[in-house]
Design a binder for this molecule. Structure first.
Ligand code: LLP
Length: 436
């Protein structure tokens, strides 16, 4: 997508990665005595991905945000700041931690919506305190809790009903959320009970309806089906509740192409955002409310890579195993969803590709990136870019095997800035030492 080789050196949207990574590694070693893997984000790519939504005809003149970036996909506050600088974007959060990040990134409360099946009372209280736009409510009990907490605080809570439309997203089972058996959303048969709770509460204002049917979706059809279910439901809302009603959100889930990383590959196929927006523009002509999207991966995935180093090779009869210095602690998607991430050497060597298992150092058989995948021979010390690691990579990282969290860098104007310092060993254990 954004990668190409020039004289066997890898370029990433015009950035010479060999040159840039060498400079970053020097800084990391000089300032932090650090020589391990790191995430690298490309501001131009991030802005380019945001621009996909920029010219959409579903925008209102009001300049209210129509797009709520899904913070969980890449939640570094410096990244949130860049996205928040675009007035079309608000933030879709799922925890008190993400609320905190959004506040630190200076996102104003009316640009925040709060999803998630298990919002705790303190999380609800803090969000009400800040005055967020809406809770995307996932159960009748949650709706009642929000009503009670808001009343006790003398506040009115904006709520949108997150419905479970029982629509298939044709995606991996672990990232399907809109089927009846999934834990997400209010079942359609409870819609009238939800309206009754709203009718009887003076501390709730119904601002919308929402559905998020899954992730890594590649065609528009499931969104059409979802809207065909939600729109007639919206028209059943009684007049007295409609006075505050503003939007239907069809969630996020817009998929990218993980398999064709090189620029201008004609086989690359990602979610057709423009077709969806064109369809929504048509819908809007007959539908009096705003339609909102919550993109995450579509914006962040291509914007990041994980830079790792080959440590050792093992030579099997007809393939090789290459071990790297990063693993499922930095990128768990292959282990969790059998996801594919292309691995591109910064310098392309050799003539013949040989099947490789490219694996991490963690003591788990599931800690691998690629299996029996043909690549040019890799030597210890070689630098590898694990592509499309902007989404659900750093944000899903962990300290497993007591590996400190790795640094994050941002490329900007052909220069670089650290946006998360490497976690030190002392940082990693500092809250555990009360018995020592
Ligand atoms: N809105 C809601 C309510 C969500 O739950 C999500 C993601 C999104 C929007 C954004 O979805 P996106 O556009 O990024 O697909 N860890 C998995 C993905 C989990 C998605 C969870 N919800 C992965 O690495 O594939």
């Amino acid at each position: 997508m954004y990668y190409e080789y020039q004289d066997n050196n890898l370029f990433w949207k015009n950035t010479d990665l060999v040159e840039m990574v060498t400079l970053i590694e020097k800084e990391l070693e000089r300032d932090y005595s650090y020589t391990g893997p790191f995430y690298l984000y490309h501001k131009d790519i991030l802005l380019h991905r945001l621009s996909y939504f920029q010219h959409s005809g579903i925008r209102e003149k009001s300049n209210k945000p129509e797009f709520f970036y899904s913070v969980k996909s890449l939640s570094n506050v410096s990244i949130l700041k860049i996205i928040g600088d675009n007035p079309l974007f608000g933030m879709d959060i799922v925890s008190g931690g993400e609320l905190f990040r959004a506040k630190v990134a200076d996102i104003s409360p009316e640009r925040i919506v709060f999803a998630g099946v298990g919002k705790t009372f303190p999380e609800i209280r803090n969000a009400l305190e800040y005055g967020i736009k809406a809770f995307h409510v996932e159960s009748l009990e949650e709706l009642e809790s929000i009503s009670r907490i808001a009343r006790s605080m003398g506040k009115k809570a904006g709520v949108a009903l997150r419905m479970n439309p029982d629509v298939s997203a044709n995606t991996h089972a672990y990232i399907s959320t809109g089927k009846e058996e999934n834990k997400f959303g209010i079942p359609v048969y409870e819609f009238s009970s939800a309206l009754e709770i709203l009718h009887n509460s003076s501390s709730l204002a119904l601002v919308g309806m929402q559905a998020h049917i899954g992730s890594q979706i590649l065609d528009v059809e499931p969104y059409k089906k979802t809207l065909e279910i939600l729109m007639p439901m919206a028209s059943q809302i009684p007049e007295e509740l409609k006075t505050t009603f503003e939007y239907i959100s069809i969630g996020g889930g817009f998929g990218i192409d993980y398999e064709h990383p090189l620029a201008n590959d004609p086989d690359a196929k990602e979610f057709p955002v423009q077709s969806l927006l064109a369809y929504l523009e048509g819908v809007k002509k007959e539908f009096p409310y705003r339609i909102i999207l919550e993109p995450g991966r579509f914006i962040s995935a291509y914007s990041g890579l994980l830079l790792t180093h080959a440590t050792y090779n093992k030579f099997k009869k007809d393939y090789r195993i290459t071990i790297t210095d990063s693993g499922m602690s930095e990128l768990i998607r292959p282990a969790l969803y059998q996801a594919f991430h292309p691995i591109l050497p910064l310098v392309r060597n050799g003539r013949v590709q040989i099947p490789h298992d490219i694996v991490g150092p963690i003591c788990e058989t599931g800690d691998f990136f690629l299996k029996k995948y043909p690549v040019y021979p890799i030597n210890p010390g070689d630098r590898l870019a694990i592509a499309h690691s902007g989404a659900y990579s750093a944000s899903m990282s962990s300290n497993y095997n007591s590996r400190p969290m790795v640094p994050e860098y941002l490329l900007e104007n052909n220069s670089f800035r650290i946006i998360r310092k490497p976690q030190t060993l002392e940082d990693m254990i500092k809250s555990e030492t009360s018995l020592l």
